[in-house]
Design a binder for this molecule. Sequence first.
Ligand code: AMP
Ligand code: GLY
Length: 417
Amino acid sequence: MKVLIIGSGGREHALCWKIGKSKKISNIFCAPGNGGTQQIAENIDIAPNDIDELLKFALDKSIDLTIVGPEDPLAKGIVDRFEEKGLRIFGVNRESAQLESSKIYAKGFMEKHGIPTAKYRRYHDIEEAIEGLNQFRYPLVIKADGLCLGKGVVICETREMALKTLQAMMEDRIFGAAGENIIIEEFLEGVEASLLCFVSRGRLIPMESARDYKQIYEGDKGPNTGGVGCFSPNEHFDEGLEAIIEDEILSRIEIGLQQEGLDYSGVLFIGLMLTEQGPKVLEFNVRFGDPETQVLIPRLEGDLVNIIQKTLDGNLKRDDLNWTDKVCLTVVATSKGYPGEYEKGKEIDGLDELGRDIIVFHNGTKLKNGKLYTDGGRVISITTLGKSLQEARNNIYDKVDGIHFDGIYFRRDIGKI
Ligand code: AMP
Ligand code: GLY
């Protein structure tokens, strides 16, 4: 089989790594990929949003299966386009992608189907939004409706900050059309958890839980990022919590998908806040997470190609997913300045001496004349499996200081609980 993976992050490298272990595979292409995927697959210089070129490539090369990493091409309808041409593609169609591409759509879906989430109001007019601030206590959360590369959510401690945020999103249009409509939302207190599910003909088959670290600095300080560390399983998950999530969230999502007539097939990533009142949904993503994929994929036993094929055929069962009991932890090394401005092109050293316990998934790297250089804000995900969270932490933090590039920064408290 020939497989095409779309995207260029740690998520896509982890998918390439796992797919490469399948006996069914003859070739893996990654568009555009990175310095990590280049070592195990063939990188193709086509951007994830260039659906015409991707389609042409898949047809020319007779690709048997395409797997979509990022949300943008999904929201632009890549799955619909590939399917029109009879190509097999793993990802959600354009209509279902609204669960991520419009926060207003997602909140409406949750409200209508009784899925627990934060109280909210939606606004199109800035004067009304300013008036609406009075309905909430501080801190409150302001969210741009559309896709903003993970930057469209602002937690406002004060009215002054809320006014500034509304001004920036709705008047100065810092996110363009994505901020035309906004949501003001109640701030939820608790522990975050990520729960990804394979969705096979509208049925949700949950993967193992994970915990993502969103903030750049230790102690969860500083601005939000795409995620700079992660581990699985999330230490708060137990049978009791799983039963509640099953009843109040997963089964209601399944009913919602059916009632809305959404032909959902692919992955649904449920961002949860575990509050004192129970688990509540913060957001939906219609794809694998990054860095969640880097800690889920090493724990997944068996052939990922089989799992994806069964999902697409509508007959994936819970028994098809088996996980090692080990804990998987990843620490993302970033470029100085991220999530703000940062430089690229710094030579990376020390990856060859890490030993067999460590898997390095590349987020933003480039291979040039056999040397590896930084090529993004998130650079590499340093990953390991351990018998316990502590063992995994020790494995990683014993080794990471051997990795060097100019401006390297990573949190030292990932998995410290
Ligand atoms: P989202 O893209 O909606 O998941 O938001 C990004 C991050 O903002 C989440 O992972 C949370 O850390 C935080 N967040 C979003 N909504 C809320 C909320 N209602 N209360 C507290 N934190 C939130
Ligand atoms: N780690 C969160 C995301 O993939 O959006």
